[in-house]
Design a binder for this molecule. Structure first.
Ligand code: GRF
Length: 193
């Protein structure tokens, strides 16, 4: 299975995924794309031996460039890893095998600032979710979750660091599961059409 990873920033989840796909792993990272020119994750990807490039411009042009690059790389699975753009319904429909990692226990805390919101809500548990990407933000089928207990000393910063450590184990585990099932698994279903 050929895996493409889309990033916007540091790329620590991208690096965890890339490092996991070695040896007898049935998947290989084939391409890293970033909507941010000069995102630190692009250099990190190259240092890990993966082709990486920026796709800039307004959404229409950017998504067209992304679609062309993904087709050329013959990506079977697209992993969003800190990719901070909402994909258009058309792009999502054309790429049904797309998954994302989100720093909350979905369906709680869709969107941004999840750690501060979990604290403000008094959540006893917090964590991260890998889910299928649909046209609705952070709403596709949940493929895996990892949780921690929120402590009295936790701040948004400590939660971010603690959740990040969980993400780096969860995302590779879910991708491994999908890769083991590929290509016998049925195509990803999409919610809402
Ligand atoms: C992660 O917390 C991820 O869940 C969220 O954005 C962050 C990306 O971090 N979607 P990194 O770029 O993988 O370090």
């Amino acid at each position: 299975m050929r895996v493409a990873i889309l990033i916007s920033g540091a790329g620590s989840n991208m690096a965890a995924l890339v490092r996991s796909m070695t040896g007898d792993h049935p998947a290989r990272p084939v391409l890293v794309l970033s909507d941010v020119d000069g995102a630190p994750g692009l250099g990190l990807a190259r240092s890990l031996g993966v082709e990486a490039r920026a796709v800039a411009g307004p959404r229409g042009a950017r998504e067209a460039a992304m679609a062309a690059a993904l087709a050329q790389a013959r990506a079977d699975l697209i992993c969003l890893a800190g990719f901070m753009r909402v994909l258009s319904p058309g792009f999502v429909a054309a790429h049904p095998r797309t998954i994302n990692i989100h720093p909350s226990l979905l369906p709680r805390h869709r969107g941004l600032d999840t750690h501060a919101r979990a604290l403000a809500a008094g959540d006893a548990r917090h964590g991260c979710t890998v889910h299928r990407v649909t046209a609705e933000l952070d709403a596709g089928e949940v493929l895996g979750q990892s949780a921690l207990e929120v402590g009295p000393q936790d701040t948004a910063e400590t939660l971010a660091a603690r959740v990040r450590a969980l993400e780096h184990r969860l995302y590779p585990a879910v991708v491994r599961r999908l890769a083991d099932a590929f290509p016998s698994a049925p195509p990803a279903h999409r919610e809402g059409g």
